[in-house]
Design a protein around this ligand. Structure first.
Ligand code: M6R
Length: 611
C-alpha cells in the first residue's frame, strides 16, 4: 500500500521526507521518490527510483539541500509495473505540478484519453499521472481551486498531495477512501498517509475524513469539506508508540488486516462491475468470448489459503459457466501429469505471486498448452509476469503470515471470473447475475457489521482457548470455508483443527467427538440447512460444544447448539465471504489468549519461495 509524506516548514525537507517514508516501509512498497521545490523556488526537482528506500537515500545525498517544502512517496504497484518511470511523484507537462497519490483512479482511462486530446503527454503507465495533468488543465492561479475542480472529475479512491511551482509555501491535499493525516508542528506542518511518519516531529494531528481538502502552509492548516465549507477539526493527540501506530492502533497486523477487508473488497470490485446490466468488466484480461467458448475444462491450482479460495471458485465457476472445474494443490498438480490442452484454462491463485509450487504448477500447465490466468495481489510478481492473463486482487500488502484480506479478495475474484465467464459463454442468467452483483457490492458493509459484533467470538475464544482439538464442519460451500477456518486456527494458535464435510463425519471422525470438544458448524447454505442441522445434532448427541454460524433470521438453530453467531443475509453463493470473518476472529482471539506470536507463527513464512 503506498505511503505518502508531505512537509512544509523551515528545516531541510529531503531528510524529513525520507525519514517519514522509512516509517511507512511496513506498508510494503516497490519504489520510492520525492519532489521538492528547490531553495530558490525556481523549479520542482524530482528524484525517484525502483527499489528500496536505501537506494533512494544514497542517490539523494546532495539532493536539494536547501529545499524546505516537498512531497514523498513509497509505491506499491497497481497500475503499471514497478519501475523508475511509474514511481511517484508524477508531474504535468510543464513541470509546474508534482503529485503523490495513494488509491486507484477508476476512470483514469477516460480522463487520460481526454487529456491526451487536449495535448497532454503522458510518460508512465499509472492511473496517478492523470492527476498532475488534470490539475494543470484546470489551474487558473489557485492550487486549492484547481484541486477542488479536479476531484469532482475523479471516480475511485485517493489520498493525494500536490506541490505547485507557482505557489511555493503551499501544499494542497485531498482524501477519498484512502487515509491521510495532517501533523501539526511549530512553524512547520506535515501530511502523511499514516501516523508513524509523523511521530518523530509531532503527536498533534488532524485525521482527515472522506471528501476533505486541506490547504497547508508552514503556519496554517485549513480544512474544507466536500461542499467547500471550512471544517473545524479537532486535534487528535497520538498516545501510541511508533510500532503500535504502524498497526493503526491494532495489537497485531492480522487484526488490522481483518478490519481492512471491507476496504480491500471495495478495491477489488472498483471499476469492474455494472450491476444495472448484470455485467462484469475485466478489461485487463485477454480471455475473450471466442477463447472462453472453447474452454472445456478448468483447473484451479494454489496452496494453503489460496487453494481454499479455489475450492469456492470451483462451485462458483461450475454453477455459472457450466464447465467442469478441478481444484488441485499446486505441489500435487506439478507432478501428476495432468491432462491439459489448448482448451484448458488454468486459474492460478497466489497472494504473493511467488509461491514456488504454484509457479511450477503454472509452468507445467503452460508446457501442456493450457491458457493460464493468475489471480494475485502483487503486481509484477513472478506468477503475474509468467501468466497469460492476470487479475489483480488489490488487497494491499498483507504483512501477517496468516492470510485474511488476501483470501476474501481472492473469493471476490472468483465471483468476478465466474460471472464474466458465464456472460461470455452464454450461460448467464441475467437476473441472477444482477442480484449477485448487488450482493457483491453489499458485502463490505456486511463485513463491517460482523466486525462490530465480534464480541460473541471473543467470548467463545476466551472460554475454549485451552482446548486440544477442534472441528469445523459444513456442507457444500460451507465445507470449503470450514477448511479455511481450521487452517487459520491451527496456523496461529497451534490448536489441532480439522475441517470436515458434515455428512462425512459418521464415516470415521465422529469417533473423536467427545464431551466439550469445540465444533464450529457452518450453516449458511439455505438449500441444505436441514441436512446440516441433522449433522449438528450428531455432534451434540456426543456432547460437543457447538458454535454455529448462520444467517440472521434463521432461528431454527438456537435450541440445538450452544451459541449462534449470526451473519448478515446474503445470496448463498456469496456467504463464504461473510462466514470466514468470524473464523478469522476466532483464530485470532484464541491465539492471543494462548500468548502465541500472532503475526509470525512458528515454522511458517509469508512467502514460500522454496519447494
Ligand atoms: O502467496 P500465496 O497465496 O501463494 O501463499 C500460499 C500459502 O502459502 C498461504 O496462503 C498460506 O497458506 C497462508 N499463510 C495461510 O494463512
Amino acid at each position: 500500500m503506498c505511503g505518502i509524506v508531505g512537509y512544509l516548514g523551515h528545516q531541510q525537507a529531503v531528510p524529513i521526507l525520507l525519514e517519514g517514508l522509512a516509517r511507512l516501509e511496513y506498508r510494503g512498497y516497490d519504489s520510492a521518490g520525492v519532489a521538492v521545490l528547490d531553495g530558490n523556488d525556481s523549479m520542482i526537482q524530482v528524484k525517484k527510483q525502483k527499489g528500496k528506500l536505501a537506494g533512494l537515500k544514497t542517490s539523494s545525498n546532495d539532493f536539494c539541500l536547501n529545499a524546505v517544502c516537498g512531497i514523498g512517496h513509497t509505491r506499491w504497484a497497481t497500475h503499471g509495473r514497478p519501475n523508475d518511470v511509474n514511481a511517484h511523484p508524477h508531474t504535468d507537462c510543464t513541470g509546474k505540478f508534482a503529485v503523490v497519490h495513494n488509491g486507484i483512479i477508476e476512470n483514469y482511462m477516460a480522463l487520460r484519453d481526454w487529456l491526451i486530446s487536449r495535448g497532454h503527454v503522458f510518460n508512465s503507465e499509472t492511473d496517478t499521472e492523470v492527476l498532475p495533468h488534470l490539475i494543470e488543465e484546470l489551474y487558473a492561479g489557485d492550487l486549492l481551486e484547481a484541486v477542488r475542480r479536479a476531484i469532482t472529475k475523479l471516480q475511485g479512491s485517493y489520498a493525494m498531495v500536490v506541490l505547485c511551482l507557482d505557489e511555493p509555501g503551499r501544499l494542497v491535499a485531498a482524501r477519498h477512501d484512502s487515509p491521510l493525516v495532517v501533523g501539526l508542528g511549530d512553524g512547520e506542518n506535515f501530511l502523511a498517509s499514516d501516523i508513524p511518519a509523523l511521530l518523530k516531529h509531532t503527536r498533534r494531528t488532524y485525521i482527515l475524513e472522506d471528501g476533505e481538502v486541506v490547504d497547508l502552509t508552514s503556519t496554517e492548516v485549513k480544512v474544507f469539506n466536500g461542499s467547500g465549507d471550512a471544517v473545524e477539526k479537532k486535534v487528535f493527540e497520538v498516545n501510541w508508540e511508533a510500532e503500535q501506530a504502524e498497526k493503526n492502533g491494532y495489537e497485531h497486523f492480522m487484526l488490522k488486516e481483518i478490519h481492512e477487508q471491507p476496504r480491500a473488497l471495495r478495491d477489488t470490485l472498483a471499476g469492474r462491475i455494472n450491476p444495472e446490466v448484470g455485467k462484469v468488466i475485466l478489461n485487463e484480461i485477454t480471455l475473450d468470448e471466442e477463447k472462453l467458448k472453447n474452454i472445456n475444462k478448468i483447473y484451479i491450482t494454489a496452496c494453503g489459503t489460496a487453494y481454499h479460495a479455489g475450492l469456492v471458485g470451483k462451485h462458483v465457476m461450475e454453477k455459472m459457466a457450466r464447465v467442469p472445474v478441478e481444484v488441485d494443490i499446486a505441489s500435487e498438480l506439478r507432478y501428476r501429469n495432468p491432462i491439459m490442452d489448448k482448451n484448458t484454462l488454468v486459474v492460478v491463485i497466489s497472494q504473493s505471486g511467488e509461491t514456488a509450487d504454484t509457479l511450477a504448477a503454472m509452468r507445467e500447465a503452460k508446457r501442456n498448452g493450457a491458457w493460464t490466468l493468475a489471480v494475485t495481489n502483487v503486481v509484477d510478481s513472478s506468477i503475474a509476469r509468467d501468466a497469460d492473463d492476470v487479475l489483480y486482487t488489490w488487497a494491499g500488502p498483507e504483512i501477517a503470515v496468516a492470510s485474511t484480506k488476501a483470501y476474501t479478495t481472492q473469493l471476490m475474484a472468483m465471483y468476478l471470473l465466474g460471472l464474466y465467464m458465464a456472460e461470455k459463454r452464454g450461460t448467464q442468467n441475467v437476473e441472477e447475475a444482477k442480484e449477485l452483483l448487488i450482493g457483491l457490492r453489499e458485502l463490505p458493509d456486511k463485513i463491517e457489521t460482523i466486525l462490530k459484533n465480534g464480541n460473541i467470538i471473543k467470548d467463545f475464544a476466551a472460554q475454549y482457548c485451552s482446548c486440544q482439538s477442534s472441528f469445523f464442519i459444513g456442507r457444500g460451500l460451507d465445507h470449503a470455508v470450514a477448511l479455511e477456518g481450521a487452517l487459520k486456527l491451527k496456523e496461529i494458535s497451534y490448536i489441532h483443527a480439522e475441517a470436515y464435510a458434515a455428512g462425512e463425519l459418521k464415516h470415521g471422525t465422529l469417533a473423536l467427538i467427545v464431551e466439550g470438544v469445540p465444533v464450529i458448524a457452518l450453516a449458511t447454505q439455505q438449500d441444505i440447512i436441514e441436512k446440516m442441522i441433522s449433522n449438528i445434532k450428531e455432534v451434540k448427541a456426543r456432547d460437543a460444544t457447538v458454535l454455529a454460524l448462520a444467517p440472521e433470521g434463521y432461528t431454527g438453530l438456537e435450541q440445538v447448539v450452544d451459541q449462534v453467531a449470526y451473519l448478515p443475509q446474503t445470496h448463498s453463493l456469496l456467504a463464504p465471504v461473510l462466514a470466514v470473518v468470524p473464523q478469522q476472529l476466532l483464530a485470532y482471539y484464541m491465539a492471543v489468549e494462548r500468548g502465541c506470536e500472532v503475526d509470525q507463527p512458528r515454522n511458517l513464512a509469508k512467502s514460500v519461495t522454496v519447494e
